[in-house]
Write a protein of this length. Structure first.
Length: 100
């Protein structure tokens, strides 16, 4: 994975920000899964994902959880749905830009 060093005062490019946010999301999702002692296969089954490697991809910062699956994910990870969505979208989107 490429690391992007910024010079003082330089702003990260949109793609860099997206990669960083998705990576942070993946770290958070992995922490939740591991705290609940779930394997990637168990979580995949709980959220209705047929291929457990999708969980690995999300935890690696690749891809997004579909909106229609937020409730399933919150339930599987033991997080109150409103809090799960709030936290997840804080990683996915720039709150100022999207007025969240």
């Amino acid at each position: 994975m490429r690391k992007y060093a910024l010079r003082r005062g330089q702003q990260p490019k949109p793609k860099q920000l997206t990669r960083r946010r998705r990576k942070e999301t993946g770290i958070w999702l992995r922490q939740l899964r591991e705290e609940r002692r779930l394997s990637q296969r168990e979580l995949a089954s709980a959220v209705g994902v047929e291929v457990y490697t999708v969980i690995a991809q999300l935890e690696d910062g690749r891809g997004l959880i579909p909106r229609d699956r937020y409730q399933q994910w919150a339930d599987a990870l033991g997080v109150e749905p409103h809090e799960f969505v709030r936290r997840l979208t804080s990683y996915y989107y720039d709150a100022k830009k999207h007025r969240l």
